[in-house]
Design a protein around this ligand. Structure first.
Ligand code: MN
Length: 204
């Protein structure tokens, strides 16, 4: 059975950028619903139940047709949100701070500069029509910035997500209403660059 991972910080830890009520509803209600529905879809599929959600999505082509849409939506929702909580944190980020080390070098090499990367991801996320995510991914050994609709996971395409920003309205509407660009500008302050760098190390 899949479970919602506990947050490693309090609901109000990302204030004022992401408000506590949004965090609580997002984690305890939205993410929980993806997990509940994923578990329902996998009922009767013990071979798939034993896989991590990441492996399930990497092997999406082999998922039976009857549960494929449910796995894409709810498995994607579970994996995407599990990553999202991990790559944010209190007292991290800072709008002008970025990662150091190997990740910083790879961003410069593949995306031009940290500033250029920030603009690319902000624009990708702001430009995603309707619900979806903006992503920093490793694709064939290189970093790339993409946007995907709904809960479509980059893992289904063989890409490894390092950082994701949720632009479903449930991620920002209570505080920012229709102002997605304001949410995105504030969200950068919550990024836990050490967590992103750790994911980059694991991806290589
Ligand atoms: Mn969400």
């Amino acid at each position: 059975m899949h479970e919602v991972p506990p947050l490693s910080y309090s609901f109000d830890a990302l204030e004022p950028h992401v408000d506590a009520q949004t965090m609580q509803i997002h984690h305890d209600k939205h993410h929980a619903a993806y997990v509940t529905n994923l578990n329902k879809a996998l009922d009767g599929h013990p071979d798939l139940q034993s896989k991590s959600v990441e492996d399930l999505l990497r092997g999406f082509a082999g998922v039976p047709e009857a549960i494929r849409t449910a796995v894409k939506n709810h498995g994607g929702g579970h994996a995407n949100h599990s990553l999202f909580w991990q790559v944010m944190g209190p007292h991290d980020g800072g709008s002008s701070n970025g990662p150091g080390g190997d990740l910083a070098a790879a961003i410069d090499r593949d995306l031009g500069s940290f500033q250029s990367f920030k603009e690319k991801l902000t624009n990708a996320a702001a430009g995603q029509f309707g619900s979806g995510w903006g992503w920093l991914v490793v694709d064939g050994g290189k970093l790339d910035v993409i946007a995907r609709p709904n809960q479509d996971s980059p893992l289904m395409e063989g890409k490894t997500p390092l950082l994701g920003v949720d632009v479903w309205e449930h991620a920002y509407y209570l505080k920012y209403q229709n102002r997605r660009p304001d949410y995105l500008a504030a969200w950068w302050n919550t990024v836990n660059w050490q967590a992103v760098a750790d994911r980059f190390s694991q991806a290589r």
